[in-house]
Design a protein around this ligand. Structure first.
Ligand code: AMP
Length: 217
């Protein structure tokens, strides 16, 4: 049996998927595969793909299944995922989940766990609008819950940026899309016996401890 740790992180925007996925990846020594990060990189590079997705992302919509599945297929075909991976922000639709099943079968890989980070809607808005990210390191801060060392600068003095889709007007459509398109995946993975629920409310370290426990670390 393979000992690879192949995980998925499910949860609404602002649940802490990116932050906790980074911690888990460091602990397991596996790469984090975030379709949101990959799309933001495409946007920043000014590529044709980046131009195609920019408007959708700004409005909090979902990029087509075809585009994100292509990105994930290419990423999971690389050698560095041999020890495992943590998928963060993918799959987001049933179509993506089914495509992932087929892809993993082709690659001879199995999912180990699907972590559902649970945070109530009424806590999400504050979490998202207070989120800032280091321009060079990608380090995620929260103005209140994980404050940067300076008002507008991160460690090492790097500039902090706010994602354009982290403003209040865009949070509601993102949450609505999550409820309609992504929440059904909870039942999909529960039926397969893969789902691990983790309470995402608490300090960063508390949530990390619950997460480690849930995945058997
Ligand atoms: P995230 O960083 O995961 O919140 O993703 C940021 C944005 O990228 C989302 O609001 C979508 O517009 C797009 N995106 C990321 N992952 C996916 C996905 N799996 N399916 C469709 N759109 C995605």
């Amino acid at each position: 049996m393979s000992s690879a740790q192949n995980l998925i992180f499910l949860g609404p925007p602002g649940a802490g998927k990116g932050t906790q996925a980074k911690r888990l990846c460091a602990r397991l020594g596996v790469p984090q595969v975030s379709t949101g990060d990959m799309l933001r990189e495409a946007k920043a590079s000014g590529s044709e793909l980046g131009r195609q997705v920019a408007e959708i992302m700004k409005l909090g919509g979902l990029v087509s299944d075809e585009i994100v599945i292509d990105l994930v297929r290419e990423r999971l075909g690389r050698a560095d995922v041999a020890p495992g991976f943590v998928l963060d922000g993918f799959p987001r639709t049933l179509g993506q989940a089914e495509a992932l099943d087929r892809l993993l079968q082709t690659l001879g890989k199995d999912l180990t766990h699907v972590v559902q980070l649970e945070v109530r809607d009424d806590l999400i808005l504050e979490r998202i609008t207070g989120r800032r990210q280091g321009e060079t390191t990608g380090r995620i801060y929260h103005l209140k819950y994980d404050p940067p060392p300076f008002a507008d600068r991160g460690e090492g003095g790097e500039r902090l940026i706010q994602r354009p889709d982290d403003v209040e007007e865009v949070v509601q459509p993102r949450l609505a899309l999550y409820a309609a398109q992504t929440a059904p995946l909870v039942a999909y993975y529960a039926d397969k016996g893969l789902l691990r629920r983790v309470d995402g409310v608490g300090s960063l370290d508390e949530v990390t401890q619950r997460l480690y426990h849930a995945v058997g670390l």
